[in-house]
Ligand binder design. Structure first.
Ligand code: F6P
Length: 375
């Protein structure tokens, strides 16, 4: 019979998101119930390298359910490419050694897409690993939802609500930039819930003329203000084409020189993209003759106390993770599936992204109520 797990390590990695502490508590309290010992690892995978940890017991786990951020700290460090004393190094072996030295029976990693990949690497290197899906972007594959998303959705929606009255008073276009580099769930959800007139997401490249036409149509019908909800990663059809070409070039590149050239092209496009929301607002102002303003929601979307929905989701995923650990079931992500949970092998999650299907019911509903999607 497999050895019963006695001591587990838990870490949070990638960008923080509301609900992380609720998940730590969910894993921790359930695991304590099984008689396990829980070691909290500080600042993501870096804490495992630098031997930074704290014991999580009943008292440290108390009172954290409603607290934003992560009591453990987080970082975007990758085990196989970590900057140590100014040099990028593969720290996988150090992590494995510390895992064994600390007497861990399992490592629980709470994170988004990048963390799922890193967790799989460690699992393939021989560690018992289990993950939970968190990110405000809601773009982790194979799960109905990620914790953090519901809270961010509430915050972004409230912001759009507030922008309406000022846009209305000043007869302006207000372009609200919402987080989501590669996926548009947050902008789409908040745009629908907040009644944005235009919603732009990375999955549906836009034509600025079409957006301007929708705004002018509103003006002709007597409504001379508009709210545009734009995801960070939304881009015009031309930019999307250029990005695709550069990505293909990188894929096809055989020589070091070609690879370098394609990478420079990609980086140039990314730098250009950084000012996209400002450029879009200016362009719409020119095309519609309506004054425009930009509001970048930024990190308020990730900060603060988690919503009730995220607390529930994080608690049930966390406690399901402890159940799986107790059964010795590793190498999986605990996914939300309907009212239940499902253990999905990490190979099926890592390296995949859940994007908004262009014919998704949210997209269809937005179109049905007359929202312009920019295409
Ligand atoms: O992955 C979550 C996310 O909040 C994205 O929506 C956003 O683009 C990114 O993280 C910001 O990352 P950082 O915290 O590294 O600035």
């Amino acid at each position: 019979m497999a050895k019963k797990p006695k001591r587990i390590g838990i870490l949070t990695a990638g960008g923080d998101s509301p609900g992380l502490n609720a998940a730590i508590r969910g894993v921790g309290k359930t695991a304590l119930g099984y008689g396990m010992e829980i070691i909290g690892i500080r600042d993501g995978f870096r804490g495992l390298v630098e031997n930074r940890r704290l014991k999580l017991d009943k008292s440290t786990l108390a009172g954290i359910l409603t607290v934003g951020g992560t009591i453990l700290g987080t970082s975007r460090d990758k085990p196989h490419r970590m900057v140590i004393d100014g040099r990028t190094r593969d720290m996988t072996k150090v992590i494995i050694d510390h895992y064994h030295e600390w007497g861990l029976d399992c490592l629980v990693c709470l994170g988004g897409g990048g963390t799922q990949k890193n967790a799989l690497r460690l699992h393939e290197a021989g560690l018992n690993v289990i993950t939970l899906p968190k990110t405000i972007d809601n773009d982790v594959a194979m799960t109905d939802a990620t914790f953090g998303f519901a809270t961010a959705l509430d915050i972004a929606t409230e912001t759009i609500d507030r922008l309406h009255s000022t846009a209305h008073s000043h007869h302006r276009i207000i372009v609200a930039e919402i987080m989501g580099h590669r996926s548009g769930w947050l902008a789409l959800g908040a745009g629908i819930a907040g009644g944005a007139d235009v919603i732009l997401i990375p999955e549906i490249p836009y034509d600025v003329e079409k957006i301007a036409e929708a705004i002018k149509r509103r003006s002709r019908n007597g409504t001379n203000f508009s709210i545009v909800a734009v995801a960070e990663g939304a881009m015009s059809r031309d930019d999307a084409r250029a990005l695709l070409a550069a990505e293909k070039k990188l894929e096809r590149a055989k020589t070091l020189h070609d690879k370098k050239e394609a990478k420079v092209e990609l980086a140039t496009l990314e730098v250009r993209h950084a000012g996209n929301t400002m450029r879009l607002a200016k362009h719409l102002e020119e095309l519609t003759q309506l004054e425009s303003r930009v509001t970048i929601l930024g990190y308020v979307q990730r900060g603060g106390t988690p919503s009730a929905a995220d607390r529930v989701l994080a608690t049930r995923l966390g406690s399901a993770a402890a159940d799986l650990i107790n059964e010795g079931h590793y190498g999986v992500m605990v996914a939300a599936r309907g009212d239940g949970t499902e253990a999905v092998p990490l190979e099926r999650v890592a390296g995949k992204r859940k994007c908004v299907p262009p014919d998704h019911s949210w997209v269809q509903a937005a179109r049905r109520v007359g929202t312009c999607l920019g295409d």
